[in-house]
Design a protein around this ligand. Sequence first.
Ligand code: NDP
Length: 291
Amino acid sequence: MICEQAPLTGAGKVYGIIGWPVRHSLSPVMQNAAFSAAGIDAIYVPFPVLPEQLPQGVQGLRALQVAGVNVTIPYKTAIMPLLDEIDSNARAAGAVNVVVNRNGRLVGYNTDGDGLIISLKKDLGFNPEGSRVVLVGAGGAARGALAALCRAGVASVAVLNRTASAAREMIARFQRDYPLVALSVIDQHTTAAEFWSRQELVINATSLGMHGEQISGLPLASLSPVARVYDMVYAPPVTPLLSAARALGLQAENGLGMLVAQGELAFALWNGIPPAENVMRDALVRHLDRT
Ligand code: NDP
């Protein structure tokens, strides 16, 4: 909350998040807690930007010398041509979730993918290197995840998406850059139980679960008992996917750790130092407990 913040002086820096809508974003809670804990004279505010005003919004960041922003739905891809430079990971993911204002030049980064890998290791004890993964979804979050999984050296990723053509398009691009990773598009109705029994991790990168939706036809019972399930959705904290996986005895985690890790990486890009350990997670958990 802003009231946790030390008073901002004229020398203070302004950071924020742009998206539409941004009312429900939890990034201000995490980032302001981290600025405050680090004693940095800065504030982080939500910037709702109407879809038809994205170019003006980005121009406004330059004019007002905003030091950096997070980018959320629906602008992670749309903002790319409006920036001065795109980091290679963001280019690979086709999405930007962090912008750093470097002396007037706006540079785009993607910390979602690396945030996922950090959370998989920390929260699920899962090292993606050499592993077989099913990725549900082919939107911005899935692209960031696929880029990071490929960088982390997975053996294979099978993509399951409502719109199969979007999944095919996504993997075609990545297959060129990562010829050693076996990428495929699957359909839950035709894929054999034997295939599922060999998968080590299932990741939900769709918005299904935010409002109690099931991911239809996902044969969790065919997974090996040591397979793990990761749901990028973090509100509600227990989605239907997570409760179904846990009911089968599978280790399953929500996306809170990814949200925290991408925010910690963004903070480090802006400030050159990481935030104090757990300050963002604790602020978030306190906030979610109150709401
Ligand atoms: P996009 O809008 O880019 O993609 C949405 C994806 O969900 C697509 O694959 C889409 O399939 C699928 N989808 C949407 N509705 C349905 C439906 N009714 N049935 C089946 N599939 C559906 O969103 P993002 O990729 O940016 O975000 C996806 C999720 O990831 C969100 O819940 C978001 O909150 C979460 N996320 C979490 C983060 C974290 O830090 N924990 C970070 C980033 C995202 P189709 O192609 O067929 O439309």
